[in-house]
Each structure stands twice: as C-alpha cells, then as structure tokens.
Design a protein around this ligand. Structure first.
Ligand SMILES: NC(=O)C1=CN([C@@H]2O[C@H](COP(=O)(O)OP(=O)(O)OC[C@H]3O[C@@H](n4cnc5c(N)ncnc54)[C@H](OP(=O)(O)O)[C@@H]3O)[C@@H](O)[C@H]2O)C=CC1
Ligand SMILES: O=C[C@H](O)[C@@H](O)[C@@H](O)[C@H](O)C(=O)O
Length: 322
C-alpha cells in the first residue's frame, strides 16, 4: 500500500500534469455567438445580468462590459436600476443598434403594459428594447401586493403585450418564469397570436429543467438561463465535480458553467459588478466542454432553486420538469 506521503506527491504530480497538458484548441467563439429567435432576430449567447446590481455600481458595470465586448444587457423595471443601466449604455459609446437590450414588465403593472414600457424606455434613455419580457405569470394588484387581480391574468397581459409589436417600442416579446402548464394555457388561448420569442428561466446544473427546455424548443421558444452561475453565494462553487473539471481544463468554475449553458443551447446572462469577473466571464472562446463533461454536469445530483414563488400571490412554481 502506498504511504500517505507518496499518495500526496502523486496527487500533486497529477494536478501539475493536468495544468501542463495542452488544452485542445477549438475554434468556438461563444462570446460572439448568437441564437436565432422565432422572429428571425439574433440574441447574443452571453449577456450581462443586473439583478441586485446596486446603485453606483451597475452603471460602471454596464459601461465596462460593453467596452469589453458584451452586446447583451438584461435588466427589469423591478430591479430599480434601469436609469443607471441606460447611463452605462450611453457612457460606453457603443452604438445602441449594436446592443441587445432586454427589460421586463413588473407584476403590479400587468394592467398598465403601455405605461410599463414607456416608463422603462424613459429610464433606459432609448426608443426601443430588443426584448420585452413578462417578468412572472402573476398579475399583482398594485394596491395590495399580496393580492392577485380577480379579473386579470397573464393571458390578458400577453394580449396587451402583443399590441406593442409594431409600435417600434419593442422588437420582440417574451415571457419569464413560465412553466409548461402556464405556457400551455397561454399558447392554447385564442387571443394568443404571437408565440413568445423567449422564456427566461432559472437554469444551472442544480436546476436543469430538461423537460421545460425541451418544451420551449418544441414550440420555437428560445430559452435564456438566469442565475446561470447559481446566483449569490452559489452552492455550485463547492461542487467537487465542477471544481475538478474546471481545474483540469484550466478554466474557472464560472466559465465552465457558462459554456455548459451555451453548449446546451440557451443564452446565459451572468451578473457581476466586478471588473475582473465581468472580464473573466466573457473569456469563453477557443475551448469547449466535451460531450462527456457536459453529461457529467447534467448528472449532478444536488438541487436548489434561487427564485421561488413564496412572495407571489399566486403559485407559479416550476421545478425541474413542471
Ligand atoms: N427573470 C427572472 O425572474 C430572473 C432574472 N435574472 C437575471 O439573470 C441574471 C443572472 O442571475 P443572478 O441571479 O444575478 O445570478 P448569477 O448566477 O449571474 O450569479 C451572480 C453572482 O455571482 C457572482 N459572480 C459573477 N461572476 C463571478 C465570477 N466569475 N466568480 C465569482 N463570482 C461571480 C456575482 O457577484 P459580483 O457581482 O460581486 O461579481 C453575484 O453574486 C440576473 O442578474 C438578472 O439579470 C435573475 C433572476 C431571476
Ligand atoms: O429577476 C429577478 C427575480 O425574479 C426576482 O425579482 C424575484 O425572484 C424576487 O425578487 C425574489 O426575491 O424572489
């Protein structure tokens, strides 16, 4: 039997040789990759998320990301930071038409879709957004956030959102946090004339939702993965399979998670307000995960969900496969 000392030096040698092993060169350009939506428009595979990006940090983060090369920014009326995001875009000097800008209609605004988009456009200092999402399938009464309107639901909200197409204010409309049941209700309603271009949902290896992603794809709906790194204090950063895979490839765990999402076919919108991390999250070109590595990440056994629905007046929870 090998002594503890011999085992330790063997481990060190293995770790060193994996670092010295030349990584196979791939021509992948994930940072410039786009997915074509059911409208023909192309959404960049990687964007900058801005949920919980606070005042005095998000403006600089957006400016920095755009100058780094990001061409996709994700925000929402509910984040309370659209004005700063708009300033970051202006300060970057990157022409508006080169940027994919997504924002979202907040739940208490479902009866005021026109006002909602006008408010977002004003804050963002722009004439249009590339993608306008219904943030949640939940029409909350603004006078009592614990109540759902008795005479309104997301089908009616979608009918209102459809009216925005053709006004020039939105290029694409989509949904977020829709599970299969709610998508079926929406798509089967006679008032639904436009299939959502995107369903933005939580996607990381501990909440992979394969049936929901397959359902989106079967209906021509592109999936965008939010909390793609596992969000704040991500439990994924302690996952041994992920950590050893990242080390063996000479990549960060975050880069591996982003490649996993993009290679599986959805866009990813990692949030960061740190220059170093915004930089690193974009350095995803010239290498790939092998099929075997993707399968290993697909098979991680743990489960957690960042955004539940405990705070909503109606339950819209979707887990892995609902
Ligand atoms: N439609 C919806 O309901 C939802 C949409 N979203 C969207 O998706 C975006 C991403 O999801 P989010 O929940 O923010 O979480 P992410 O999975 O993007 O993780 C963000 C967290 O990871 C940290 N981080 C980022 N990069 C690195 C790195 N390279 N190394 C270490 N830590 C890192 C960030 O900290 P730091 O900033 O300090 O770098 C932050 O704490 C949101 O910002 C939002 O735009 C999110 C949730 C729900
Ligand atoms: O986009 C972000 C999320 O939807 C977020 O707004 C909600 O998940 C909510 O604030 C929460 O705390 O759970």
């Amino acid at each position: 039997m090998a002594s503890a000392k011999a085992t330790a030096s063997l481990q060190r040698l293995n770790s060193l040789s994996s670092k010295l092993m030349p990584t196979k060169a791939y021509s992948s350009q994930f940072s410039r990759k786009t997915y074509t939506l059911n409208t023909g428009d192309k959404i960049p595979a990687i964007g900058l998320g801005t949920w919980q990006s606070g005042p005095n940090e998000v403006e600089k983060a957006v400016e920095f990301a755009l100058n780094k090369g990001y061409r996709h920014i994700d925000t929402a009326l509910a984040y309370g930071n659209e004005a700063e995001v708009g300033r970051g875009i202006k300060n970057s000097g990157v022409p508006r038409e080169e940027i994919w800008l997504t924002t979202k209609l907040d739940n208490p605004w479902h009866k005021r879709v026109q006002e909602g988009i006008d408010s977002s456009l004003k804050s963002l200092q722009t004439d249009y957004v590339d993608l306008y999402l219904m943030h949640w399938p939940s029409s909350t009464d603004p006078d009592d956030l614990k109540k759902h309107y008795p005479d309104w639901d997301f089908v009616k909200t979608w009918a209102e959102m459809q009216k925005l197409v053709g006004t020039g204010k939105v290029k694409n409309i989509g949904v977020s946090n829709f599970g299969i049941k709610n998508l079926e209700i929406l798509l089967n309603d006679p008032s639904c004339k436009i299939v959502p271009a995107v369903n933005q949902i939580e996607l990381h290896p501990n909440n992979p939702s394969p049936k929901l992603v397959a359902y989106n794809t079967s209906k021509g709906i592109h999936s965008t993965g939010y909390s793609c790194l596992g969000s704040t204090n991500s439990p994924l950063y302690k996952d041994e399979t992920l950590l050893s895979m990242a080390e063996a490839k000479g990549k960060t765990p975050q880069q591996v998670l982003l490649a996993w999402g993009i290679q599986k076919g959805w866009s990813v919108i990692p949030k960061s307000v740190s220059k170093g991390r915004i930089d690193a999250n974009y350095e995803i070109d010239g290498w790939e995960l092998t099929d075997e590595e993707i399968k290993k990440l697909d098979a991680l056994p743990d489960r957690f969900k960042v955004c539940g629905d405990a705070w909503l007046p109606v339950k819209v929870f979707f887990g892995d496969d609902e």
